[in-house]
Design a protein around this ligand. Structure first.
Ligand code: ZN
Length: 155
């Protein structure tokens, strides 16, 4: 019985995954259509200004529409990433090929896939090494300051 129970569970998981992926792919298609429409509107506006030679200000219109495109593009990127995660895949850091999420080397270009540690992770390690005790408090403070400086450099 256990086998069938597990099988049922697995099927549900797979169905959910497929449904989610389908939804994400639909969102990507919708966003692409919206972006295409925005491009058209932008082009039309620019052409109108050119033909009429009127003193119309299209600067605000353009910047607003470009922001819309940016947001739609971000949503597409997010959906694409989620699809990769759903399928236990990731993109190679060098050639952007789809590879297994736990792959150490890219199967296409051979690039080693090292997860770059964030500044915070590095600092946490340093703090752990420093073993914060009363006499090490000063050291911890120095590390913390170092981190803050590094962080402000990065952004
Ligand atoms: Zn690669």
């Amino acid at each position: 019985m256990g086998f069938f129970k597990n099988l049922g569970k697995k099927t549900t998981e797979t169905t959910n995954k497929i449904a989610r992926e389908a939804k994400l792919r639909m969102q990507i298609t919708e966003n692409k259509t919206k972006i295409k429409e925005l491009y058209e509107q932008l082009g039309k506006k620019v052409y109108e200004k050119h033909v009429r030679e009127e003193e119309i200000n299209i600067k605000d219109f353009i910047s607003k529409e470009c922001t819309n495109i940016d947001n739609l593009t971000k949503e597409i990127e997010k959906a694409r990433k989620e699809i990769l995660v759903l399928n236990h895949k990731k993109l190679c850091k060098k050639c952007f090929a789809e590879i297994e999420s736990d792959a150490i080397f890219c199967s296409k270009c051979g690039e080693k896939q090292i997860e770059e540690k964030t500044v915070f992770e590095k600092a946490e390690e340093k703090l752990e090494e420093a073993e914060i005790s009363p006499e090490n408090k000063k050291e911890a403070e120095i590390v913390k300051k170092e981190l803050e400086e590094k962080n402000s450099e990065e952004f």
